[in-house]
Design a protein around this ligand. Structure first.
Ligand code: SAH
Length: 218
């Protein structure tokens, strides 16, 4: 666990404990993910005007037509990404406000996260720095093609929906690696792509609703 988070947001601990109970009721079983979600003060990642709703299980606006993902979907995606085991290097596409990156930082050794909207990138970087989360590298970049120059990842997670499963991205998975991505336009599904020595295996998990993955920087 990231020690720097202890002591932050004591007042919201009870609210977060309720959130964790709800996530359990919704079927999240991974104790490592639940502990990470308990530790990260979600209210610090949304506008002050919305802070009172930060622990409701809803997505919330974070400007520029983007949203901070609903806690359930963050928990679910991280649970699938972990697959019950520890994570070493993880790539996140779509930093947004940086909340999911902060949770990832608690369950992975090293996180790279990419955001195409400059003000969001800057704000997320600042927020993560203020929380003294040091194992997340935030980059202002179009992440639709991943980050091939950074080497292979044990986990790749996308916070925006791609039109189709990307072959370019899955090539950036290490053997034994897992990728969790929303795919589709009107109708979207969450997919798990696993890489083993023999190749790739795709599993369709559940219907989801994400903002679209867009191309280029903004
Ligand atoms: N994980 C975020 C949720 C962000 S919403 C959180 O916890 O808040 C999805 C984000 O993906 C948006 O900020 C959007 O700008 C970003 N995005 C969309 N297409 C992208 C791309 N090609 N590269 C990088 N980021 C992208």
């Amino acid at each position: 666990m990231n020690k720097s988070l202890s002591g932050i947001g004591m007042t919201s601990q009870r609210t977060r404990a309720r959130l964790i109970e709800r996530l359990r009721e919704q079927g999240i079983r991974d104790e490592t993910v639940l502990a990470a979600m308990f530790d990260v003060p979600r209210h610090l990642f949304v506008d002050e005007a919305l802070a009172s709703r930060a622990y409701d299980d809803v997505s919330l606006p974070i400007n520029f037509n983007q949203t901070i993902s609903q806690p359930y979907i963050v928990a679910r995606m991280l649970e699938v990404l972990r697959g019950g085991g520890p994570l070493d290097r993880v790539l996140e596409i779509g930093t947004g406000c940086g909340y999911q990156a902060a949770v990832l930082a608690q369950v992975a050794r090293e996180v790279f996260t990419l955001e195409r909207i400059q003000p969001l990138y800057e704000r997320a970087r600042k927020q993560l720095r203020e929380l003294k989360i040091r194992n997340v590298a935030v980059r202002y970049a179009d992440g639709s093609l991943g980050l091939p120059e950074a080497g292979l990842f044990d986990g790749i997670i996308m916070a925006a929906a791609a039109p189709a499963l990307s072959a370019v991205l899955r090539e950036q998975l290490a053997v034994g690696g897992r990728m969790v991505v929303p795919v589709g336009a009107q109708e979207q599904w969450l997919y798990l792509v696993e890489r083993d020595a023999a190749g790739f295996r795709e599993t369709r998990l559940e219907p989801v609703k994400f903002v679209p993955l867009l191309i280029g920087k903004a």
